[in-house]
Design a protein around this ligand. Structure first.
Ligand SMILES: C[S@@+](CC[C@H](N)C(=O)[O-])C[C@H]1O[C@@H](n2cnc3c(N)ncnc32)[C@H](O)[C@@H]1O
Length: 217
C-alpha cells in the first residue's frame, strides 16, 4: 500500500517536472552571451544570463514558482496586486508576475541590476513604465519619478525600451534646464553600451570611453 503511494507520488512529480521543462526553449540568438528561453503566459520570454555573477544566473526554483503562479492563476489571481520581489536575479519571476497582471517592484544588488533591468524591460513590453534613473535604482524616488520610458504606438524593441520621454518645455531657458528635460535628453543620445552597462563602475567606464571618442575620436 505504502509502496504504491510512493510510486504514485513519484509519477506525479515526474509529470510535473516534464510540464515545467516543456516551458524551456533555446533562443536562436547569435552571440557570446548566455540566453535562456521560457514560455509563460503564451509569451516567449528570453532571459540573458551573466555567468560571471552569482545573481545573474537563473535558478531552477524561479521556473518552478513561475509554473505554479501560471497554473494556479485563478486561485492566486495577481491582477493589479502590488508585488515586491527581493533578490530577483535575472528577473523571470518578476516578468511572469507582471505578465499575469501584477505591479511588480523588482530588487537585487547593484551589480546585478543592469542585467535584471534589461531582461525585465525586454520581456514586459509596455507594462514596464518606469526605469530607474541614474542606472539601476541608485537614484532616490523623488528623482526617478521624474523620468518615464517613451511609449511608441508600435511594438517596442529592447533598445527602444531604454528611450526616455522628453517632456515638452515651454520656457526656452529655465524650462529646458529642468531636471525632467535635461536628463532624458542627455540619456537618449548615449550609445547602447552605456545604456546596458551592468554596474555603476562599468557605466562610468563606458561613458568615459564614449565622451573620449566624441572629443578626440
Ligand atoms: C539564489 S539567487 C536567486 C535569484 C532569482 N530569484 C532566481 O530564482 O533566479 C539570490 C539573489 O538574491 C540577491 N541578493 C542577495 N543579497 C541581496 C540583498 N541584500 N538585497 C537584494 N538582493 C540580494 C542575489 O544577488 C541573487 O540575485
Amino acid at each position: 500500500m505504502e509502496d504504491s503511494k510512493t510510486k504514485e507520488g513519484a509519477a506525479v512529480d515526474a509529470e510535473l517536472a516534464k510540464a515545467i521543462m516543456a516551458r524551456r526553449f533555446s533562443p536562436s540568438l547569435i552571440g557570446t552571451e548566455a540566453w535562456e528561453g521560457y514560455i509563460f503566459s503564451d509569451m516567449e520570454i528570453r532571459i540573458k544570463e551573466s555567468t560571471d555573477l552569482y545573481g545573474a544566473v537563473l535558478w531552477p526554483s524561479a521556473i518552478v514558482l513561475c509554473h505554479f503562479l501560471e497554473t494556479n492563476r485563478d486561485e492566486y489571481n495577481l491582477t493589479d496586486k502590488n508585488v515586491i520581489e527581493l533578490g530577483a536575479g535575472t528577473g523571470l519571476v518578476t516578468i511572469v508576475s507582471s505578465l499575469l497582471g501584477a505591479k511588480v517592484t523588482s530588487t537585487d544588488l547593484p551589480d546585478v541590476l543592469g542585467n535584471l533591468q534589461y531582461n525585465v524591460m525586454r520581456n514586459t513590453k509596455d507594462r514596464c513604465k518606469y526605469i530607474p534613473l541614474s542606472l539601476n535604482g541608485l537614484a532616490p524616488e523623488y528623482l526617478s519619478d521624474l523620468v518615464k520610458v517613451h511609449q511608441p504606438s508600435r511594438a517596442l524593441r529592447s533598445a527602444d525600451q531604454m528611450v526616455l520621454d522628453v517632456p515638452r518645455s515651454f520656457m526656452k531657458t529655465r524650462g529646458n534646464r529642468a531636471f525632467a528635460v535635461v536628463t532624458p535628453t542627455l540619456w537618449n543620445v548615449l550609445p547602447l553600451s552605456v545604456w546596458f552597462a551592468n554596474s555603476l563602475s562599468i557605466f562610468k567606464i563606458c561613458l568615459k570611453t564614449h565622451l573620449f571618442i566624441l572629443a578626440f575620436g
